[in-house]
Design a protein around this ligand. Structure first.
Ligand SMILES: Cc1cc2nc3c(=O)[nH]c(=O)nc-3n(C[C@H](O)[C@H](O)[C@H](O)COP(=O)(O)OP(=O)(O)OC[C@H]3O[C@@H](n4cnc5c(N)ncnc54)[C@H](O)[C@@H]3O)c2cc1C
Ligand code: SF4
Ligand code: SF4
Length: 379
């Protein structure tokens, strides 16, 4: 039998329309023929195929042997095992529920401007500025707010310098497909690119490398993951924040989630909204997501700590280790042992366990058929 060459028709059936698709957009940016589009209207956040070329559920390039969309998809078939084996040369132990890691530590940017702009300790922003200014990356794919920010519509952007990083710091809790900024980064001449994103996006660079997905796999050379249990539909602004709590989106200055939805407004007031009220606005692409801890990033970052203004930082790969150690040596970040905040590890494991239960067991059990690159080196 000739080797299977899974392509868009398989991706469409097994991931896009099965409920597994997170809307990460990796397939869209990996397609060399530009026959995939991305629909982020009305909470859809899904890839689609341009109809002239094989119809919505097929692709003539795929029929001729192009497999790049399935090679780029971090939810296609045995993605989790393939990436674990590729990145770490082994499968995770059952107790490694938050993924395989080298070190978990608290960090904070020593640059006060970055620490203040950041959602927690400003670690992610400090990393990006450090990597941009020390010839590690040429650009980073991040998220910002559209226009003057008053709509709270999160949109992908390319950060090329400190000012860009500062303007994109902080967290938005609606979805933003940061890989969609890839083309802009390439058009601007970038060859070494960092991707910042929640776990659904942070697994993309590793699966692209494991499945040899061409130039894009080489170019996205650093994956910075954000811990995440869900994102929300844009409707949450009007139907919950505004209708129930009279918090108009243009009056909101900052949001965070720490057991409750925390909302700060431009008049300096602080508001709390119970998370259970937000549940009905969960984005559908998150419903089957098993990855809380951004398990395949080079470095993952989160805000589950009780110590505000510190980022919980998980160093996972050799590439992550190299960047992290260089930042410590250069004094770009300060660190504290994770034991200073004893609630972090139990909560990390608990939230990871909750997310893992979402993955449909039938799909999880399905054997992978993709050719996996030999795990010759850790990233
Ligand atoms: C949607 C979402 C859900 C999250 N859920 C949790 C959670 O449940 N538990 C937890 O511990 N941590 C969660 N985090 C992570 C947390 O909010 C911080 O991003 C993390 O602690 C890093 O803080 P920092 O100060 O180091 O980052 P910063 O220096 O503020 O950098 C944050 C980076 O995230 C990017 N970003 C912001 N919003 C988005 C978005 N919507 N999509 C893609 N990229 C974005 C920014 O562009 C920036 O590069 C979530 C983050 C996001 C974006
Ligand atoms: S999970 Fe991502 S790569 Fe896979 S089909 Fe959905 S958008 Fe494409
Ligand atoms: S829960 Fe977070 S990581 Fe998972 S699909 Fe939703 S946004 Fe992505």
């Amino acid at each position: 039998m000739p080797p299977e060459k899974p392509h868009w028709a398989d991706l469409y059936r097994e991931v896009v329309t099965s409920g597994l698709c997170t809307g990460c957009s990796a397939c869209v940016v990996a397609c060399p023929y530009d026959v995939l589009g991305y629909d982020d209207g009305d909470g859809r956040y899904k890839p689609f195929h341009v109809e002239e070329n094989g119809g919505v559920d097929d692709c003539t390039h795929g029929e001729k042997g192009c497999t790049l969309c399935t090679r780029a998809c971090p939810r296609f078939r045995s993605w989790e095992t393939e990436i674990d084996n590729y990145l770490f040369r082994r499968e995770r132990a059952p107790e490694e529920v938050a993924g395989i890691s080298e070190e978990i530590v608290l960090t904070r940017s020593t640059d006060r401007e970055l620490a203040t702009a950041g959602q927690d300790g400003g670690f992610v922003s400090a990393l990006l500025v450090w990597a941009l200014e020390h010839d590690v990356i040429d650009a980073a794919l991040v998220s910002t707010l559209e226009g003057d920010g008053s709509s709270w519509k999160a949109v992908p952007m390319v950060a090329r310098n400190r000012e860009d990083v500062l303007s994109s710091a902080g967290s938005r809790y609606t979805y933003c497909a940061n890989p969609m900024a890839y083309k802009d980064a390439i058009d601007g001449g970038a060859e070494r690119i960092a991707l910042v994103g929640m776990g659904c996006q942070a697994s993309a660079p590793a699966i692209m490398s494991a499945r040899k997905a061409g130039k894009i796999a080489r170019r996205i050379s650093l994956s910075v993951g954000l811990l995440c249990s869900k994102t929300f539909d844009d409707a949450i602004f009007d139907r919950l924040f505004d209708d129930k709590y009279s918090l108009r989106r243009e009056e909101i200055s900052k949001m965070n989630i720490k057991g409750v939805f925390q909302v700060w407004t431009n008049d300096g007031e602080y508001h709390e909204i119970p998370l259970k009220e937000a549940r009905e606005y969960t984005r559908s692409g998150c419903n089957a997501c098993p990855d809380f801890a951004a398990e395949h990033a080079d470095i993952s970052a989160g805000g589950i700590g009780a110590l505000n203004d510190w980022t919980v930082t998980i160093v996972r790969t050799q590439r992550g280790r190299d960047v992290f150690d260089s930042m410590v040596t250069a004094g770009a970040i300060e660190t504290r042992p994770i034991e200073d905040d004893p609630g972090v590890i139990p909560l990390l494991n608990k939230l990871s366990r909750v997310s893992r239960k979402r993955w449909p067991s039938t799909e999880f059990a399905s054997p992978g058929t993709m050719p996996v690159a030999s795990p010759s080196a850790s990233r």
